[in-house]
Design a protein around this ligand. Structure first.
Ligand code: NAD
Ligand code: IPM
Ligand code: MN
Length: 361
């Protein structure tokens, strides 16, 4: 059978708890599909700081470079928030990983599972019949990375500086990802910007319109980000692919996640040119529930499924994972974040829902 090398970076907080369940799912896939996932564990984030003195140790980077994909948990937490910003887990590890590996295309599918409509924060009549939104977020540019950046000056004279830049090639390549994804699904792209205020957005809109000419079968629309935030909660079904720059995509993807019931449901794929990718839940290390064994592992498990789909070309196994998750939700298994008191629902912990998903694979 085939063999793939996976760098496993559980990170902090609930990261290791939900990662354990995703690894159990990979074990089950190995048994069923004649494939081997050669896994190498490495420290990242707070775990990197505590174990090796750095959020992103050299050893971790090298393990990732020697792998076909990275399976990432989450990083960050109160313990490391007083370190200098560039040494903290987020800016010291997660953002550099995205940059080092050229992971410019972040795919965050927000799909409402039929049996979870009651867990959504929206009224049933708004989500009846479901919705299926793919947020495509530019991940290596914009205000997260552009220079200059930092706090200048001293005392009360200090000024915090962030810069937002986008080049034509950066916009073009993420626009192509969005149009190509739309061709395989609802054939609509809604490009989000703030072209009434931001120069990056004026250029963004112009370039996206140009790229759209190569995809005449895809319908392109534009929406200001403030309106998009409103439209998402008003009528999510109007959206197919949502194309965003880095920070707008960060914010709108958390919003879209909650429409599906919980941030713990939303997986993500961060893709480079070629087949390399990093796969991680869209949410964070959830310090408020870490260590209790109650986190929802579904985002991490679905992220592992995206790894099979996008980096390893294992479409059948990826579909099997998605279906197993849907079945377990149909059977009424719920972690606390998606639980409602109602007949037939079973409140379970992280490990129990992981076991149920494997039993349905
Ligand atoms: P968060 O996503 O960690 O948590 C927000 C809320 O969602 C919390 O109430 C949490 O309990 C809940 N939640 C998130 N994932 C869940 C899951 N799987 N199951 C059940 N509930 C879940 O965001 P935050 O509280 O703003 O940030 C906490 C830390 O995580 C910070 O250090 C932040 O920088 C970091 N963070 C990391 C990543 C990442 O590593 N990719 C992403 C976002 C935030
Ligand atoms: C995410 C997270 C990160 C981001 C943080 C932790 C740097 O919120 O992956 O959505 O803003 O990209
Ligand atoms: Mn985020």
């Amino acid at each position: 059978g085939k063999a793939f090398k996976v760098a496993v970076l559980p990170g902090d907080g609930i990261g290791p708890e939900v990662m354990a369940e995703a690894l159990k799912v990979l074990d089950a896939v190995e048994k069923r599909y004649d494939v081997t996932f050669e896994r190498t564990h490495a420290n990242v984030g707070g775990a990197g700081i505590d174990q090796e003195g750095k959020a992103l140790p050299e050893t971790t980077v090298n393990i990732c470079k020697a792998s076909d994909a990275i399976l990432f948990g989450s990083v960050g937490g109160p313990k490391w928030e007083t370190l200098p910003p560039d040494e903290q887990p987020e800016r010291g590890a997660l953002l550099p990983l995205r940059k080092i590996f050229g992971l410019y295309a972040n795919l965050r599918p927000a799909i409402i599972f039929p049996s979870l409509t009651a867990a959504s924060s929206l009224k049933e009549e708004v989500i009846a019949g479901g919705f299926d939104i793919l947020v495509i977020r530019e991940l290596t540019g914009g205000i997260y990375f552009s220079q200059p950046k930092g706090i200048e000056g001293a005392g009360r004279e200090r000024v915090g500086v962030d810069t937002m830049r986008y080049s034509v090639p950066e916009i073009e390549r993420i626009a192509h990802v969005a149009f190509q994804a739309a061709q395989k699904r609802g054939k609509k792209v809604c490009s989000i910007d703030k072209a009434n205020v931001l120069s990056t957005s004026v250029l963004w809109r112009e370039i996206v319109i140009g790229v759209a000419k190569q995809y005449p079968d895809v319908e392109l629309s534009h929406m200001y980000v403030d309106n998009a935030a409103m439209q998402l909660v008003k009528w999510p079904k109007q959206f197919d692919v949502i194309l965003c720059e880095n920070m707008f995509g960060d914010i709108l993807s958390d919003e879209a996640a909650m429409l599906t019931g919980s941030l713990g449901m939303l997986p993500s794929a961060s893709l480079a040119e070629g087949t390399f990718g990093m796969y991680e839940p869209s949410g964070g290390s959830a310090p408020d529930i870490a260590g209790q064994g109650i986190a929802n592992p579904i985002a991490q498990i679905l992220s592992a499924g995206m790894m099979l789909r996008y980096s390893f070309g294992m479409i059948e196994a990826a579909d099997a994972i998605d279906n197993a998750v849907a079945k377990v939700l149909d059977q009424g298994y719920r972690t606390r974040d998606i639980y409602q008191e109602s007949a037939g629902l079973k409140l379970v912990n992280t490990k129990e829902i992981g076991d149920a998903i494997i039993a349905n694979l």
